[in-house]
Design a protein around this ligand. Sequence first.
Ligand code: GLU
Length: 380
Amino acid sequence: MTAISLSSYRRVTVKIGSALLVDRAKGLKKEWLKALVGDIARLASGGAEVLVVSSGSVALGRTILGLDKHTLRLEESQAAASVGQIALAGAWSGELGRHGLNSGQVLVTLGDTEERRRYLNVRETISALFRMGAIPIINENDTVATSEIRYGDNDRLAARVATMMSCDLLILLSDVDGLYTAAPERDPEARFIPVVEAITPEIEAMGGSAASELSRGGMRTKLDAGRIATGAGVAMVIASGKQLNPLSAIENGARFTLFEPSQTPVRAYKTWIAGQLEPAGRIVIDAGALKALQQGKSLLPAGVRSVSGGFARGDTVAIIGPNGREAGRGLVAYDAADAVKIAGLKTGDIAGVLGYEARAAMVHRDDLVLSHSASQAKAC
Ligand code: GLU
């Protein structure tokens, strides 16, 4: 039996499947939500930052509107999502509020996590919610997302959010308690898999395609989520949420499958930045800025000598040291046109030139990786 202590994780995404939260006949499962929120409040009071990815908008909207026909047209399901989401968010904020916790609704579409410019924006907003002590309640923006541009399942959405926010754990709560060698309801020989060290083709073959009636994701999308999460350094747990207090249950001996991460989140993110093939621009810096980077600081406009290339905010740029060699790479916080205008300026002068209150760093230290030679120089 695998046992984990959730209090050892610093930032955790919890994804809740629709079937756990919504009863098609009766609507929201209030007692269940209340108990889960008790678990979340306990984690938060222990110092963990918790993000919730909550499904259930379409299912709840259907129940509220009495739409009981089997399949809905796209616009009907988007309308149901709109009605359901407002009730869902209200329920979360009400329950968290009883524990003195604020919450913030974040509705994302595929582009918000896949396009880097928007990715940085969503990340900033969620980070700000954390700083303010509010719990982000995330769902796909089902009311506007159409089939070509949507995730469709919250398993993969939750994995992208967890990697984007450098979580160290993603918990998928659904009506299955983990991964089996075959579908347990059909195959009496099916064996439970407590730990997955790597998602090999053999593990993938165990995914099948089963999904319950209310939710979109089955084991297949959970394995997709596992690939996204573990590849980016996020551990993942698939656990049953059928009982009350499912997070406490994970700590108290309930069965679950743990997918082990392949590396730490920070290292994975930095490997991704370093591995960008073609930087979209070049930023030449002075010796003082290079020294600051080697001390682990961000690149400020004051240390920038020149800027070239046609990059957009969030693109990868090469950072060139005073000796003309690449000192590192990072995701730039400004479009090229603005970066040119503020190169060499002190932080206090930036807003006057740009006409808006901007972020201080040209490349934030979290989004920056030094090349081998530059980081070696630090040791000298
Ligand atoms: N975003 C959908 C909803 O809230 C759920 C998708 C899923 O079941 O994974 O209704």
